[in-house]
Design a protein around this ligand. Structure first.
Ligand SMILES: *[C@@H]1O[C@H](CO)[C@@H](O)[C@H](O)[C@H]1NC(C)=O
Ligand SMILES: *[C@@H]1O[C@H](CO)[C@@H](O)[C@H](O)[C@H]1NC(C)=O
Ligand SMILES: *[C@@H]1O[C@H](CO)[C@@H](O)[C@H](O)[C@H]1NC(C)=O
Ligand SMILES: *[C@@H]1O[C@H](CO)[C@@H](O)[C@H](O)[C@H]1NC(C)=O
Length: 731
């Protein structure tokens, strides 16, 4: 294939996709509908007896499945070091702190209320079917209380669980705040509780009016935030840290530009020897411009959507690069072609992330080359609100001379970003897949393989699950990482527990599952928040030459899957070349280039890199006759997407069919030739989820929970409250 291709596949992208504006879906009903709430209330009186019974079962169960975690000394307030702390709302009215062990988790909630505070866990952003708990401090006697509840699935109402699995640790209130500490098992084995696991979940909160102790009227404020609670602790760095700020300089984003990619070159700091990059933080500095004048205050609603810092391949012409480093940068599609050599991601930030530090055994080398090295910052602005903004955002890179044990690198993998990545509408669970081929890993990895440390899984707003699969020979090994409750508003890497040895010749598969049931039209792949992606960024050591490893459906097979054989003006090979050159028109035959430029409408041009979406509107079908003279996009939009026979066939053909694989090295050369190959043939692993657990009992309280403290809740009070335990948390 004669392709001086400049695929910008290696781009990461993380975009907080615009949240769908339709109403949230009701999650599948996990709980048996139980209209007899009073019966539940009465049963609660049995809790003590029940937990005595269950704790016997628990003790039998424990040695096999769980490590014992709590020491017997009871906790006092503040005796714990909180590993994590998050504001659940913008104001900081509700602060949640927590620390977990292998089997249990202790929370502290500080809420600006003298009434009740409700905290909930759910896969949806509402209380239907959620695991809820309600805590308050009684104004009369200052006793704290916590009640384990759940949201009904058919009504916005909280009712007490049959079994109380939350243990109060302590609680008090002052003039403004209610502060309560409590703990529970991660998996209580209670169908009315949520399992706190590795997936992202929605943490819900609600504040009751003052004096709402013991009665639970409708909340006065509520909200939700996606979080993963079981993140490893990002330890405060005790090593000497320096920082390097790479940021855009006074860029004005015009009010009529909804999507903008901006790229700027930076010269690495002058370092006499190798250092390690150990973390990064976002520097968000966007000021709205009103009447031509930038506002003084920074905008909390910055259009910065994601930022990626890439290392550039060494270039003999340092003079040119130094000049670029002194300039302000370029609009993405019009950047100099030399910049296409900046393919190795070093830091990838997306909206929702506070930045991160790498695990302590690895660092990304900085300043190791003799001479100067250059980096490219790519900033994606998602300015759907169409404001005029002055931007100085960027990334703060933390680095240290105290070298870590291993030189790490990031590898991008998944589905190549292009309009050929189609998600049909009206699908509850539609899967797509990107392959990193065995030929690629065979030719770029060392004999002993690599060690995978952590993974950032990335897609946009319709993605619900992402998993990174590992195939060796004809067998699938356990998933390297997986997220079963993806939320684009929350982007953090996932540590691979114990790491994973990945050998040359192994296959890496990124699989995404989308829920497009609320959409009427197909979603095409692309960088914009309204388009989709399916990517994983894999942090590994030792570093290799491999920087990006992707696949996409070959063009001919793609169009055939949608019933199209031939277009006017362009042959399938021409179309393929356009996709492979990904917007860079220089390498195309002049006639085609002219056609494309002619056809590209102005609004499309404003959208920047469109990865072929514009082309889909220009391709006019010649064969077969039944679709003749329609554009491909019109054809796609008119397909009968509600026919599950059709969509299942399309999903299967694109998933299990042919894949065109790309293997990009750090120096911008191919690590293995572009190939068209079959989906690998292997024995699939039985779902990780299914094998996981065997809960056959109802309640697990943390050990020593039976000890009563002055604060623990009395059963008679609970039943009194339960009569009114109906918080209406309508959202
Ligand atoms: C009340 O408690 C909250 C949360 O613990 C704390 O932040 C605040 O400073 C306290 N206020 C006073 C007046 O002590
Ligand atoms: C950016 O613009 C402001 C005025 O709008 C100016 O004061 C500042 O010096 C500029 N910064 C740089 C680095 O050019
Ligand atoms: C891997 O590469 C070696 C040469 O380095 C070659 O002999 C072998 O056949 C390759 N294996 C695969 C699966 O491509
Ligand atoms: C498509 O357009 C061509 C030329 O304009 C015309 O000859 C042909 O009949 C049209 N086909 C259909 C199905 O309308």
């Amino acid at each position: 294939m004669r392709l001086q291709t400049v695929i910008t596949l290696a781009a990461i992208l993380t975009c907080d996709a615009k949240l769908p504006t339709h109403k949230s879906h009701i999650q599948p009903n996990e709980l048996p509908p139980n209209p007899t709430q009073n019966a539940q209330a009465l049963r609660l009186l049995d809790v003590q007896a029940k937990s005595a019974k269950t704790s016997r079962i628990v003790n039998e169960y424990k040695p096999r499945h769980r490590r014992d975690v709590f020491d017997s000394k009871s906790y006092n307030e503040s005796s714990l070091i909180w590993a994590h702390s998050e504001r659940l709302d913008e104001n900081g009215d509700v602060v949640l702190r927590w620390v977990n062990s292998d089997s249990s988790i202790t929370f502290r909630v500080e809420a600006r209320t003298r009434g009740y505070v409700g905290i909930g866990f759910n896969s949806a952003r509402n209380m239907r079917g959620a695991d809820l708990l309600v805590a308050w401090v009684d104004d009369r006697n200052n006793h704290a209380h916590v009640l384990d509840c759940h949201g009904l699935t058919f009504e916005d109402r909280a009712v007490a669980d049959e079994v109380q699995n939350v243990e109060l640790v302590s609680g008090y209130q002052n003039d403004t705040h209610t502060t309560v500490e409590f703990r529970r098992m991660l998996d209580t084995c209670d169908i009315q509780d949520f399992v706190i696991g590795d997936d992202t979940m929605q943490v819900l909160w609600a504040l009751g009016p003052d004096g709402s102790d013991g009665e639970l009227p409708k909340h006065v404020k509520s909200g939700s935030r996606p979080l993963r609670l079981l993140l490893p602790v990002s330890k405060p760095q005790t090593i000497p840290l320096r920082h390097w700020d790479v940021r855009i300089n006074n860029l004005t984003i015009p009010h009529d530009m909804a999507t903008l990619f901006w790229c700027k070159i930076f010269k690495a700091p002058d370092l006499p020897m190798k250092h390690h990059i150990v973390g990064y933080q976002p520097l968000i500095d966007s000021r709205p411009i009103r009447d031509g004048v930038p506002m003084l205050e920074k905008n909390s609603l910055s259009p910065v959507h994601h930022m990626v810092l890439y290392e550039c391949a060494e270039d003999p012409d340092q003079h040119l690069w130094k000049e670029w480093a002194n300039q302000d940068g370029f609009y993405g599609p019009s950047r100099p072609s030399e910049w296409a050599t900046c393919v190795t991601p070093v830091a990838a930030w997306a909206i929702g992330s506070k930045g991160e530090f790498l695990p302590e055994n690895v660092g990304i080398p900085l300043g190791e080359k003799t001479g100067v090295s250059f980096y490219m910052l790519e900033v994606h602005y998602d300015n759907q609100a169409l404001h005029e903004v002055l931007d100085n955002s960027g990334i703060r890179i933390h680095y240290t001379p105290a070298l870590r044990a291993h030189d790490a690198a990031l590898l991008g993998a998944g589905v190549g970003v292009s309009a050929l990545h189609v998600i049909p509408p009206k699908q509850k669970q539609y899967r797509t897949v990107g392959i990193c081929s065995p030929e690629c890993t065979n030719s770029t990895m060392p004999e002993e393989g690599i060690n995978i440390v952590s993974v950032l899984l990335h897609a946009h707003g319709t993605a619900r699950k992402i998993s990174l699969k590992h195939v060796r020979g004809n067998n699938e090994l356990p998933r390297i990482s997986e997220e079963n409750s993806y939320d684009v508003r929350y982007q953090q890497s996932r540590i691979v527990p114990g790491g994973r040895r990945f050998l040359k010749g192994d296959t890496l598969i990124t699989e995404c599952t989308y829920d497009s049931s609320s959409r009427d039209k197909p979603i095409l792949g692309g960088y914009s928040a309204s388009q989709e992606m399916c990517l994983s960024f894999v942090l590994y050591y030792p570093r290799t030459e491999l920087a990006g490893c992707y696949s996409m459906t070959p063009v001919k097979e793609f169009f055939e899957t949608f019933g199209v054989r031939e277009f006017y003006a362009l042959s399938m090979t021409d179309v393929e070349n356009i996709f492979l050159s990904s917007g860079n028109l220089e390498n195309l035959p002049p006639k085609i280039e002219f056609d494309i430029r002619q056809h590209a409408s102005e609004s499309e041009a404003m959208q920047g890199d469109d990865q072929g979406v514009g082309l889909m509107k220009e391709l006019i079908i010649r064969e077969p006759a039944e679709f003749q003279n329609k554009t491909f996009l019109a054809h796609l939009n008119q397909m009968p997407w509600s026919e599950s026979v059709l969509t299942e066939q399309i999903e299967k053909t694109l998933y299990k069919g042919m894949h065109m694989t790309f293997c990009k090295k750090r120096d911008d050369n191919w690590g293995a030739p572009i190939q068209i190959q079959n989906y690998p043939d292997y024995v699939e692993l039985v779902s990780n989820e299914a094998a996981e657990k065997s809960c056959n009992y109802k309640s697990v309280l943390p050990q020593n929970s039976v000890t009563k403290s002055a604060n623990s809740i009395s059963s008679s009070l609970i039943s009194a409250i339960l009569a009114v335990c109906t918080i209406i948390v309508t959202r």
